[in-house]
Write a protein that binds this ligand. Structure first.
Ligand SMILES: CC(C)(COP(=O)(O)OP(=O)(O)OC[C@H]1O[C@@H](n2cnc3c(N)ncnc32)[C@H](O)[C@@H]1OP(=O)(O)O)[C@@H](O)C(=O)NCCC(=O)NCCS
Length: 169
């Protein structure tokens, strides 16, 4: 037990985790967190990272697991509805790079579209939700899915790109 602790103190993984946690705590203390809904009771793991948090809205009873990344952009929002659950390592973005052929990608304007996760959705671990997607109320996104299109209420979607595999009963 003691030797494990010593080993841990010398591991890069441990210290990178500590630094990440401190940076996130710093962000939270100085205002770089999303807008919280009326009840301010979202449970957000300390390892979650946010971009443009002024464009991220979390409603009541939202839960966000370890290592999620919510990347809103300057002109498009990410809205997470009441009681939604994000498993670990979920990535949500409201921004694509432009990809026209005759200009280098980094010089093109972003293409920005709101992402809306409605009430009671559950997004499984390692899933990706792309710009412009609206998850209908109660959608389940299976682990590892890439959601490119909006979903119907109470559908269960899986795969890359995500397709309906069934509906909640
Ligand atoms: C989506 C999910 C809830 C479905 O669970 P389920 O209703 O018990 O589904 P089953 O295991 O009976 O699978 C039904 C079908 O969907 C497929 N499937 C299930 N999960 C899948 C996934 N993540 N990706 C692709 N296909 C999947 C199964 O292979 C099966 O296909 P088949 O009918 O051709 O055999 C579950 O598989 C899942 O992905 N959970 C997420 C777990 C997670 O991220 N937890 C973190 C805690 S927040």
């Amino acid at each position: 037990m003691f030797s494990k602790l010593i080993k841990c103190l010398f591991s890069i993984r441990f210290w990178s985790y500590v630094v990440k946690m401190l940076l996130n705590l710093y962000d939270r203390s100085f205002g770089s967190i999303p807008k919280l809904g009326a009840y301010n009771d979202a449970v957000i793991d300390v390892t979650t990272s946010f971009r443009n948090p002024n464009n991220i809205y979390l409603n009541t009873k939202v839960t966000i697991g370890e290592e999620c990344r919510l990347w809103a952009s300057e002109n498009a929002k990410i809205i997470i509805g009441k009681s939604a659950i994000l498993g670990p390592n979920v990535f949500i973005t409201s921004m694509n790079h432009g990809i026209e052929k005759n200009t280098v990608i980094r010089d093109q304007n972003f293409i920005e579209r709101d992402v809306i996760i409605n009430e009671d959705c559950w997004i499984g671990s390692q899933s990706i939700i792309l710009p412009g997607v609206t998850l209908g109320k109660g959608t389940v996104v299976a682990a590892g899915a890439v959601v490119t299109k909006s979903t119907e209420p109470y559908s269960i979607v899986a795969g890359v790109p995500a397709k309906v595999i069934s509906y909640r009963l």
